[in-house]
Structure formats: structure tokens, C-alpha cells
Design a protein around this ligand. Structure first.
Ligand SMILES: [Zn+2]
Ligand SMILES: [Zn+2]
Length: 454
């Protein structure tokens, strides 16, 4: 008997400790980005902690309960799923407790797949009303990030059912998710989102569609055009709710780093919130072929943290250097890169589709800068691909020769003597779209001319 008492006392103490930590977190309004620290502090992976969090989620009120729910949803375990199932069947739980349990199930992707079949919209709606409250304390980009991590790889049918429930809520909180799925490689999904956006009554939906890069698939493209028409009409009739104040954050700074020999450019584009934090996107661009090839976004607590990050990036690499850039140039690079990605038949990355929120109300930059996007063979026009590790084309000063055309270079273009392309010298001038191939003799002669002995 004594032993059980002791265990119970210990457990109670631990529960109180966790409960107090959660209260402090909520009261001090600690940003959600610091949640991992809290999770470490309470050792969230511990089974007993999970059970205690579950109890707190069920028994406490308001944000502390939401917080426990959020932590559990970020650290799913089969054990918790089992506990939820058991509790859902209990007759004496309240309506609110039941919706918390269901919310947790929704946030548990594996459990969700098992439990919810397509066409369970009404049940979802009830849950979403509840979840909506704690979305309010999160950044829009964080909501999109959760979606990418948990749901982006869901099969199209299930995803459409889930998206249908989000659209049914009418909430603009989910726009970051729609932005990700509007560019989805799953055509049924992108079309569904394009169509559903037209049914929204918010100016934010119009903003998203207006600057979205033209979708590759015809069905989606037509749906976007149709929705744009509808939303523009609603706007004229004054039927659209204005965007939220907290989403209008001014431009802060842009940085660009360029590397000519690889065709890589990286862009940092940032905005400063009312609270002084900096939201930024970082995009790596392959301007020869693939366009946007990597992207992530984050929030720096203040300007100093942000500058420190840029400095650190410069410090880590001796090859590239980020220099501050004009906003229009950074924007132009991003716009050209996303166009190239789609033109070349690739898909925009989910993370980019999410973080391009930061440029979504920017107009198309009309200035043309002397940077070349999309490399093709200068002799036959074949697009140069950079997907493989080693590019088999010759590229000199942004002028390219494809492998087939390389093979045809069997004679020196200066003295016409036969040559082996692998041992030849290839020369190009950036102002002439041609690669000249010459033999070693001619190369040495040419070099002597241009560099007279001192
Ligand atoms: Zn060629
Ligand atoms: Zn020659």
C-alpha cells in the first residue's frame, strides 16, 4: 500500500510541475518557436509525461489545455492514440473534452488516416471551430509548416476531404496551406484549391491568386482564372472582407549572393513585423535549369538576430558573399526563378510555396536585369539539364554546348585539323552565343597573341 501512495505522490508532484511550466509559458506569452525548449524541459518523450500532459489537456481550461494538446500533437505516440480511443468511448466526458480528443486525433496524421474517411466534413467542422482558437496564437507560416510536415504527403482523395473541411470553415487562417496546395503536383488537389478559393469572401484569397505563378496544368489554370473573375466581381460589389492588419508587414531588407561558375544565386527576402521580429525567406536558385531548388523560412526575434544570421552565412562560406540588394532585384530573381521552375517542367517546392507568402502582394518587376535564366545549347537549342550531379554539357560564360553537339566537334574551327573533342579547347565570349572549339596548336598561338611576352 505504502508503495502505491508514494508513486501517487510523486506523480502528483510531477504533474504540478508540468502544469506550472505550462501556465508560465502561457502567461508570459512565450513565442511558439520556443516550444521545443519547453518540451525538452518536461522531457516530452517520457511516457509518464505524455500521460500527465493528456490529463492536463482533459482537465485544465483555455490556453493551458490547448498548449498541452499542441505539445501532444507534435509528439505523437501509439500509446496516446490508444488512450484517446479509450476515452472517446467513455460516456461521462464533456462535449469540450470530446472535441479536444478529436482535435488531437486530427493532428495525429496516422490515427487520422485510420479513423476519418473522406466525407466526414460535419464532424471536422466542429473540431476546426475549436482548433481555430489556438491557430490565433500562431504565425500563419507555422500553420503552413505543420501542414507540410504532417499532411503534404497524404493521398489526393484524403487531402481533398481535409481541405474541404478547412475551406468550409471560411477562415483565412488556412491560406498558407492553400498556397502550398495550389502548387501541388497532385492535379486534382491544385484544381480543388483553385476552385475553392473563388468561393471565399476574403480579399486575402484574391491577393494570393493575383500573384501566384501560372500553374502548369490547364485544368488548374482555368480554375484560377475563373476564381479570379469571381473574386474581382465580389470585390467590386464590396463583398470581400479586407485582409487582416497583422498580415500587412512592411519590407525590411534583401540580400543576394551570386556564384557565376555554378549558376547558383541565393536570395534572402525579409519583412519586419510590428513587434520588431523579422520574417524572412531564403531561396537557393539554379538559374541555368531548375529555378528554385531549396527554400526555407523563419523568424528572427529582432533585427540584431537577423543581421547576425546573415553574417554567419557569409562567415560559413568563403565561396559566396551576401550583399544587400535592392528589393526589386531580389524580387525579380525570385519571380524569374519560379517561372523557370515551371517552364522547365519541375514543381515548386512546398516550402517555397509557403514562404512566397512574403512576396505575395508584390507586383511583377518589369525591369530586366542582365542575368540569364534558362540555359539551352547554343547550337541546337536543347535545354541544358542540371538534375544529375555532373552536368555533361560545356558551359562557358553562360553559353552552353550539349553533349550531342560536343560530339560533332571533330575538327578545329581555326585550322580544320581533326581533333578529339575531349582534348580540344573550347572558347566563348559572353557577348556571342557561340562556343568555338580549337586544337592545342591554335590555342597556344592565340594565347601568345593575346599575352605578348614581357
Ligand atoms: Zn546541342
Ligand atoms: Zn587548329
Amino acid at each position: 500500500m505504502g508503495k502505491i501512495d508514494e508513486i501517487l505522490i510523486q506523480r502528483n508532484r510531477k504533474r504540478e510541475k508540468i502544469r506550472n511550466l505550462l501556465y508560465r509559458y502561457v502567461e508570459e506569452q512565450i513565442p511558439i518557436t520556443e516550444l521545443p525548449d519547453l518540451e525538452r524541459e518536461i522531457s516530452v518523450q517520457n511516457q509518464e509525461t505524455q500521460q500527465l500532459l493528456f490529463d492536463i489537456m482533459m482537465d485544465e481550461k483555455g490556453e493551458v489545455s490547448n498548449l498541452a494538446l499542441l505539445i501532444l500533437s507534435e509528439n505523437p505516440t501509439p500509446r496516446i492514440s490508444h488512450i484517446i480511443e479509450k476515452h472517446l468511448d467513455l460516456p461521462h466526458i464533456t462535449g469540450q473534452q470530446r472535441s479536444r480528443l478529436r482535435a488531437l486525433l486530427v493532428l495525429h496524421p496516422d490515427e487520422y488516416k485510420k479513423k476519418e474517411s473522406p466525407g466526414t466534413h460535419h464532424k471536422m467542422g466542429e473540431i476546426l471551430d475549436f482548433i481555430d482558437n489556438f491557430w490565433q496564437m500562431m504565425n500563419p507560416e507555422d500553420i503552413g509548416q505543420i501542414w507540410i510536415d504532417e499532411y503534404h504527403n497524404t493521398p489526393a482523395r484524403n487531402k481533398i476531404s481535409l481541405l474541404g473541411a478547412l475551406f468550409a470553415s471560411g477562415s483565412t487562417n488556412y491560406l498558407p496551406i492553400y498556397s502550398v496546395e495550389l502548387g501541388s503536383p497532385q492535379v486534382t488537389v491544385s484544381r480543388f484549391v483553385a476552385e475553392s478559393l473563388g468561393e471565399m469572401d476574403s480579399e486575402e484569397a484574391l491577393r494570393l491568386l493575383k500573384t501566384f505563378p501560372e500553374p502548369r496544368h490547364t485544368g488548374t489554370r482555368l480554375a484560377v482564372e475563373e476564381s479570379l473573375k469571381t473574386l474581382r466581381r465580389k470585390k467590386r460589389n464590396g463583398e470581400l472582407a479586407p485582409g487582416r492588419e497583422k498580415d500587412n508587414i512592411p519590407f525590411f531588407k534583401a540580400y543576394v549572393a551570386e556564384e557565376d561558375s555554378t549558376g547558383f544565386i541565393s536570395v534572402i527576402f525579409s519583412r519586419k513585423t510590428m513587434q520588431g521580429s523579422i520574417r524572412f525567406l531564403f531561396a537557393l536558385i539554379d538559374r541555368w535549369d531548375r529555378g528554385i531548388i531549396n527554400c526555407y523560412g523563419d523568424e528572427a526575434g529582432n533585427t540584431d538576430d537577423f543581421y547576425e544570421m546573415v553574417e554567419l552565412l557569409n562567415f560559413q562560406s568563403s565561396m559566396i558573399h551576401y550583399s544587400e540588394s535592392k528589393k526589386s532585384y531580389a524580387l525579380w530573381l525570385l519571380q524569374e526563378a519560379e517561372k523557370l521552375t515551371l517552364e522547365r517542367g519541375y514543381h515548386l517546392l512546398p516550402d517555397y510555396l509557403l514562404w512566397r507568402r512574403l512576396i505575395r502582394d508584390e507586383r511583377k518587376v518589369s525591369t530586366r536585369y542582365p542575368v540569364r535564366f534558362g540555359l539551352s545549347c547554343c547550337e541546337c537549342g536543347t535545354p541544358i539539364r542540371t538534375v544529375r550531379d555532373e552536368i555533361d554539357a560545356w558551359i562557358i560564360h553562360d553559353i552552353a554546348l550539349c553533349p550531342d553537339c560536343i560530339k560533332k566537334k571533330t575538327h578545329c574551327e581555326s585550322c580544320r585539323s581533326p581533333l578529339d573533342p575531349q582534348k580540344a579547347y573550347a572558347l566563348a565570349r559572353s557577348d556571342m552565343a557561340h562556343i568555338t572549339v580549337i586544337c592545342e596548336n591554335c590555342y597556344l598561338k592565340a594565347n601568345r597573341k593575346s599575352h605578348p611576352p614581357q
